[in-house]
Design a protein around this ligand. Structure first.
Ligand code: BGC
Length: 765
């Protein structure tokens, strides 16, 4: 729904409660801190439609896959970051009547996400079934630096009469996942303790045995003064609570403060995990809500100082980019190379919370430019640590000699997708992982990475491609059979141009990297050569493949074709579709989709985006103008790539409209699927649409350059990036593009192809 949330530079505001839109709002108002995260479920009970969601990073359950006819090579399980202990719960009874927004009338309702300070807030006035009117305001957050801590302040004011308020503050680990393949529950209880106002619950995932402990302390105060209350305690299986009550005169305000600490056995010793959680919780409650909240605002200020994009003159665009940056920063903080970025982050169950090619193809540039080298490096090391498993994955499919096929979907390096028809043959992900190494080294200049980690991964990947391409006697060329490109509306096709292009590029890049190491770090090369049992003849084969690769091309159109036979399809364009047929994935049979010309997301254009330097502007334009009208953008990953390419070819109106589409995808629920969770990974694409698209940032010949333009509606935009050892502020206005160097040694930067050294400020009209 467009414009459902009010436009504001720093806030997302929902005015009025719309139960049928509640799941969308729960996604949009999600909060997290890289370790824990949750949907914006209500603290008090709610019997209306809701998707409850609290998640703990890195903790997963291997749900058995659902497949009709089993074939060799199918994954055994689909990993899910399971919905974990609900720590926000407060059951409130007012004069014996449960507070439940599904059963009372609302005089007012406002939900706010304060992105500047990292707070989720609500305020409403409700008329209960007996006519009592009460006002509630609440604030909660997941502490950005004390990553186990969740804190809630919940204020209740009876407006119409004196009231007896009963409060049950609980931890509920008896949780279900809506997308469980066989309706199984994923948790069993380990321990529970409850005493006075404190409780602690430890639960364990079945099969994987991750323990998650959550401790909680609850306090009351009346009109700002702490009340010493008596609590009674309650327990049942996987559930603990403390209950108390308080008599309020009309107009008095009762505040409930709930502090929680949630930790997992990924980070803490399992034997002492409940004690540790209780201790962390105690520390938080002693610090107090007001101080924790100040710390939260300060932590977010630091993030914003580094990663904000300021847009002058367009509030909808400003709000949207901040929303995207906010969600990215609360999903991944980059301290732990075991963690990664699920397509939905901590905002829903879809995609299982697992890692996809999205990380390398979309997310890396954002983190490497805004959070710095180590954060980006951890994303790459994640895959390095999975190399042995990638080799095993390839072996399971019949590949040999150290060939590595990274999974399309993974938690621990094993392939674990749930949708074999599509995902099985999307081997292009192997290319994105190699490309990310290339991009990281190019951007950060961390040449050491190749010797330390990168080259082993590249060799495994190159070996895979060398075995996956097939020599065709008929064509007397190499071909690529039975693949699915990024466009998932085609399955198991021959010679998908993007995948072949990517595969050959990997062979070349790996060879270049070997040559580089031989020349610059022969010791490292010796070590890697031995470790990988590398043989020189492998290089010859790679180059032979590369020079003899078949790419589908149409002379008349003068473009590369997405795959063999693409022109046999009925050549419709998206303008031929009725609005009622869209999204086609919801309205058409799979058979019809596969036969149609319609493209889910950038495919050939994804390749042109990655390998832009190999194409002149005219050629980029030709490809864009052929493929874009046939693209339905039913993947969130699509509009951003189109926006960047549209900027490149000077189609600024399209660049801007794709920017709005990508940046407001969830705020305006463009694809009608925000209820399932936010499109976190494509949010990094939104950032790229501005930085690589509108500002035209590239690293070419070892030099940073910008080719900026300003969208018509904007007066100015500016952002900061870390590039190698520098911190730069880039501002683009109608008059000029200026680059201010805030840290590091002066470097040469090109603006609109002209060289200039940053001397504090560099300006180009
Ligand atoms: C896209 C894939 C993507 C996945 C997770 C799918 O809809 O087609 O490219 O990896 O979503 O974001």
């Amino acid at each position: 729904m467009k414009n459902y949330f009010k436009h504001d530079e720093w806030l997302i505001i929902e005015e009025g409660f719309n139960p049928s839109y509640n799941r969308v709002s729960e996604s949009v108002f999600s909060i997290g801190n890289g370790k824990i995260g949750q949907r914006a479920n209500f603290e008090e009970q709610y019997s209306g439609d809701s998707l409850q969601g609290s998640y703990v990073a890195g903790v997963y359950y291997p749900d058995k896959t659902r497949v009709g006819w089993w074939k060799n090579g199918y994954p055994e399980y689909f990993a899910k970051v399971p919905n974990a202990t609900n720590w926000i719960g407060l059951n409130i009874n007012i004069n014996g009547i449960p507070l439940n927004l599904a059963t009372c009338k609302l005089n007012s309702f406002r939900r706010v996400l304060n992105m500047k300070e990292g707070l989720l807030m609500r305020e409403f006035e409700a008329i209960l079934e007996n006519g009592d009117i009460i006002k509630v305001t609440s604030t909660r957050f997941c502490h950005l630096h004390k990553s186990s801590i969740g804190a809630i302040e919940y204020n209740i004011t009876p407006l119409s009469s004196s009231s007896k308020i009963e409060i049950e503050s609980y931890l509920d680990g008896d949780i279900e996942n809506e997308d469980s393949n066989y309706d199984h529950k994923f948790w069993e209880e380990v321990s529970q303790t409850v005493e006075l106002n404190r409780s602690c619950l430890a639960v364990k995932t079945l099969k994987t045995n991750f323990i998650v402990a959550t401790a909680s302390e609850t306090f009351l105060s009346l009109n700002g003064k702490e009340v010493k209350s008596n609590f009674s305690q309650n327990t049942k299986s996987k559930y603990v609570s403390v209950t108390t009550n308080c008599q309020l005169a009309q107009g008095e305000t009762l505040s409930i403060n709930k502090y929680t600490a949630t930790i997992s056995s990924l980070d803490y010793q399992a034997e002492k995990i409940s004690e540790t959680a209780a201790l962390l919780c105690k520390e938080a409650s002693s610090t107090g809500f007001a101080t924790l909240k100040k710390e939260q605002a300060a932590a977010w200020l630091t993030h914003w100082n580094e990663s904000d994009i300021i847009i002058v003159g367009d509030i909808a665009a400003q709000q949207a980019i901040r929303f995207n940056i906010f969600q990215l920063n609360q999903t991944y903080t980059g301290e732990d190379a075991r963690l990664n970025i699920g397509p939905k982050g901590f905002t829903g169950e879809k995609y299982g919370g697992s890692t996809y090619w999205d990380t390398e193809a979309y997310c890396l540039p954002f983190y490497q430019a805004t959070a710095g080298t180590q954060v980006a490096k951890n994303l790459l090391i994640y895959r390095y640590n999975h190399l042995a498993k990638a080799i095993q994955n390839a072996e399971k499919l019949g590949f040999t000699d150290g060939a590595a096929l990274y999974p399309m979907v993974t938690m621990n390096g094993e392939e674990c997708h749930n949708e074999w028809e599509i995902t099985f043959e999307e081997i292009h992900r192997n290319g994105a992982i190699a490309y990310a190494i290339f991009d990281y080294i190019k951007y950060t200049d961390d040449q050491q990475y190749l010797a330390q980690y990168g080259l082993e991964v590249l060799i495994g990947i190159a070996r895979f491609w060398a075995q996956r391409f097939t020599w065709s006697n008929h064509r007397e060329m190499y071909v690529l059979l039975g693949v699915t490109g990024p466009n998932e509306f085609e399955n198991n096709v021959n010679n998908n141009w993007y995948t072949s292009k990517m595969g050959c590029w990997c062979l070349r890049y790996c060879k270049e990297s070997i040559d580089y190491l031989k020349d610059n770090n022969p010791e490292a090369w010796d070590r890697i050569e031995n470790k990988t049992k590398f043989e020189a003849k492998e290089l010859q084969k790679w180059m032979q493949i590369d020079t003899n690769m078949y790419y589908p091309f149409d002379q008349e159109l003068n473009i590369f074709l997405q795959q063999d036979g693409f022109l046999d399809k009925e050549q419709l364009t998206v303008s031929d579709l009725l609005p009622s047929e869209r999204p086609i994935v919801e309205h058409w049979s799979w058979d019809r989709i596969l036969r149609s010309v319609f493209i889910k997301q950038a495919d050939v254009l994804q390749g042109i985006y990655f390998f832009e330097d190999e194409f002149d502007k005219e050629s980029i334009k030709r490809h864009f103008e052929y493929y874009e009208p046939r693209t339905v953008h039913e993947s969130s990953l699509s509009p951003c790539v189109h926006s960047i390419l549209a900027s490149k070819i000077g189609n600024y109106d399209k660049a801007y409209s794709f920017y709005l589409r990508t940046s407001r995808l969830d705020l305006d629920n463009y694809n009608n699927d925000t209820r399932d969770g936010l499109h976190i990974t494509s949010m990094a694409g939104t950032w790229m649409s501005i930085v690589k698209g509108f500002a035209g940032m590239r690293v070419l010949n070892n030099q940073l350059e910008f080719t900026p333009f300003l969208p018509e509606k904007w007066q100015e935009f500016s952002f900061k990036i870390r590039f190698r050892k520098t911190l730069l502020k880039v501002s683009v206005s109608h008059l000029n593009c200026s680059i201010e160097q805030l840290e590091g040694e002066k470097i040469e930067i090109k603006i609109n192809s002209e060289n200039s050294q940053t001397k504090g400020v560099t300006s180009h009209a």
